[in-house]
Design a protein around this ligand. Structure first.
Ligand code: TMP
Ligand code: ASP
Length: 237
């Protein structure tokens, strides 16, 4: 049962639930890019993202990664543990694309010799500036040990996701994770894992199957996300 709306972001809403320490996370149909400058509503996107995120959280749980996911409760709704979010985004890259290409003058598609983790301060206003672990520590966003744990967990998530995607002909180029602290102080993976926060390329053709389709007007976003769900064998209602 959903209670009061506690938080509304660009892609999701969080509602109170009848259980202390648990919230209902609702995936919206909104698509945004460039820190909200570009916006559209794409029918069915919320349900696709909820289904894909559920699938990944379940596989991560099986692999021993602690997440906020409790269970899916509706087409666009999942029950999650309530977290105090850490305002640091952890990005893992296997292949150069997006902001790292601009920042370092790299060609999109350059294969990295090993997965790279990067940290960003979560702030639309400041356009999510890149930071290092010392910034996080000095400004009190996360302790050094917490950052190390988040990075290590992100590398593990990368390995789990790649093992799921590669046999289905999808390359995991990069993705972003967010973490938070539970009431007991445990660090859990939060937020979502969807094609909104990943780059996924078809292994054969290089076709993009993620939010870059929307960012760069490359065609139907819903079709691309359907393709991801279909290849992973995720049933949609
Ligand atoms: P970037 O190339 O823009 O730094 O993004 C790297 C990956 O992380 C890409 O898959 C998109 C995702 N990401 C988000 O979803 N939200 C964010 O705020 C950031 C910084 C990255
Ligand atoms: N900054 C992120 C992006 O461009 C998220 C957003 O702006 O909604 O994907």
């Amino acid at each position: 049962m959903k209670g009061a709306l506690l938080y509304e972001g660009k892609g999701k809403q969080l509602f109170a639930s009848e259980t202390e320490g648990e919230l209902i996370q609702v995936f919206k149909d909104d698509a945004t890019a460039f820190d909200g400058e570009k916006h559209d509503v794409i029918a069915g996107k919320g349900e696709l993202n909820c289904a894909i995120s559920t699938y990944f959280f379940e596989r991560l749980h099986e692999a021993g990664v602690a997440t906020h996911f409790v269970r899916r409760e509706g087409p666009r709704e999942m029950r999650v543990r309530r977290l105090d979010m850490i305002p640091v985004e952890v990005v893992v890259r296997n292949v150069a694309a997006g902001s790292i290409c601009k920042r370092l003058g790299l060609e999109e598609g350059l294969e990295l010799p090993r997965p790279l983790t990067e940290l960003f301060y979560k702030s639309d206003e400041l356009h999510d500036p890149m930071i290092n672990a010392e910034h996080a520590e000095i400004f009190g966003w996360a302790r050094a040990g917490e950052i190390a744990f988040m990075r290590e967990t992100a590398r593990k998530v990368n390995a789990v996701l790649r093992e799921l995607l590669e046999p289905r002909g999808i390359r995991l180029i990069d993705f972003k994770l967010e973490f938070g602290r539970s009431a007991g102080g445990e660090i859990l993976l939060g937020d979502e894992i969807t094609p909104d926060g990943c780059r996924l390329w078809d292994a054969g053709s290089g076709r993009k199957l993620d939010k870059d389709v929307f960012r760069r007007d490359l065609g139907g976003l819903s079709e691309a996300y359907h393709e991801v769900a279909h290849r992973l064998g995720i049933a949609l209602s």
